[in-house]
Design a protein around this ligand. Structure first.
Ligand code: SF4
Length: 434
């Protein structure tokens, strides 16, 4: 998972907006971050390991400019800089290229060498084969199987694109004299940008001097918005393809309350992403919402850690039970998803039982996860997924709770407000359409 941000201003230095716009995408990747700017005398680029604010607060000197791109990443350092017949450019990307090995082999045959095994290098080299960036992105789009959103910074211009199936989100915003594009609109709110619209599937835009123009739409009959964005990945303040993440989560919670009611005292969440689902559940069931767990502000997001050991460690430290809210109560706990079930079993359930909970009923905001994501979200291999081999009842017994139920694909369709055939649901169905 990654976050990408780009901004162009007709008159102002963009460095503050670039820094903060990228910072507000921190939840999409916490291992690396990077910024690149253009101020008329060449492209500047700087990348760091770690979080945007920690890495860049004292390291923005010399990055002033009127155009810039930024990246947060789970996996690799971006932006990447390349020299080409179109001149130098920097590029960052979110997604996953399924036919990466095949494309790498093809490029090697043509005489290209590679410094990394990252998708971004293949994407950059495919784009660099053309005489202009729009044709280059079009050429890349025709060769690549998978999902992407990307931004390119060249001298005086930014190019931004979303893949033709629209897997990864990408939105355009505007404020006085500036245009920005971002993975999620939560980047815009505190910076004063108004959402103009989401990228259309396959859209390639050019941005300069605080204005944008659509240069091309790569056509496709198949739209596949990632349904997991609304369930878990995106920030609750974001609106993706016209649907508020918060509203979608509350609706999923309400669907769970109608479909699987439980006689309990309160509804609670596995914070943070379970909060919207739990509030929706509580409102529909007409029971109080309460915090039985607090996510410690200084902990990271466990799902976006690079190794299983780090994910386990972060999952264990991030949630602090609130004893006064637990003792003697029966609880519905809403979680965004269950991956292996080990965190629920070894951490949450233990903490609740140790603090005197009476009954635990778990409601999960999506169907059982059965297959890995091939389109850029850090899900697990099949054998790591609890639901790959276990039934819901087996998972309930394994995690040791009194009740367990999952949302259905129909609940997601209703809550996200898009036809099921336009939603990617591969991680629940094990059917891959791309
Ligand atoms: S497989 Fe799941 S996580 Fe991946 S794009 Fe599809 S819905 Fe999203």
């Amino acid at each position: 998972m990654c976050g990408i941000f780009a901004v162009s201003s007709a008159k102002d230095n963009i460095i503050d907006d670039l820094f903060l716009g990228t910072f507000y995408l921190q939840h999409r990747g916490q291992q690396y971050c990077g910024l690149s700017t253009y101020a008329g005398e060449g492209l500047k680029i700087r990348t760091h390991r770690g979080l945007v604010r920690a890495a860049f607060t004292d390291d923005l000197a010399g990055l002033d400019g009127r155009l810039g791109i930024g990246h947060t990443s789970l996996k690799d350092r971006q932006p990447l800089k390349l020299d080409s017949k179109m001149g130098e450019f920097t590029i960052c990307f979110e997604g996953n290229i399924i036919n990466l090995a095949e494309l790498t082999a093809e490029l090697k045959k043509q005489g290209h060498s590679f410094y990394t095994d990252a998708d971004i290098e293949v994407i950059a080299k495919l784009i660099a084969q053309s005489d202009d960036f729009v044709s280059g992105i079009e050429y890349m789009a025709a060769k690549v199987r998978g999902a992407y959103a990307l931004v390119i910074l060249a001298k005086g211009k930014i190019y931004a694109a979303r893949d033709k199936h629209a897997f990864r989100p990408m939105v355009i915003g505007k404020k006085d004299g500036s245009v920005a594009v971002t993975s999620e609109s939560c980047s815009f709110v505190n910076l004063g940008y108004q959402i103009v619209r989401d990228f259309k599937p396959g859209e390639i835009i050019e941005i300069s001097d605080g204005e944008f123009t659509t240069k091309k739409i790569v056509p496709s009959d198949l739209i596949q918005y990632c349904a997991f964005e609304w369930v878990y990945t995106a920030n609750v303040a974001s609106t993706i393809d016209g649907m508020s993440v918060d509203i979608a989560r509350r609706s999923i919670g309400a669907c769970l309350a109608r479909r699987y009611p439980a006689k309990v005292d309160i509804a609670a969440a596995v914070p943070n992403s379970g909060i919207g689902h739990a509030i929706g559940y509580a409102q529909e069931a007409k029971i109080p919402f309460d915090n039985v767990f607090i996510k410690y502000d200084y902990a990271s997001r466990s799902y976006t850690q690079p190794t299983q050991a780090e994910r386990d460690r972060e999952a264990k430290v991030k949630l602090i039970p609130v004893p006064a809210k637990i003792a003697g109560r029966s609880v519905v706990i809403c979680d965004d998803s269950i991956v292996r079930g080990t965190q629920m079993k070894n951490d949450l359930v233990v903490k609740l039982r140790n603090n005197g909970v009476r009954e635990i009923h778990v409601r999960v905001a999506c169907p059982p996860l059965k297959a890995p994501c091939l389109y850029g979200v850090a899900t697990r291999s099949k054998k790591e997924l609890a639901a790959h081999e276990k039934s819901v009842e087996d998972i309930r017994k394994y995690i040791g709770v009194d009740g367990l139920a999952y949302a259905t694909l129909e609940d997601l369709e209703k809550s996200i407000g898009k036809p099921l055939e336009q939603l990617c649901t591969s991680c629940w169905t094990d059917v891959y359409k791309v």
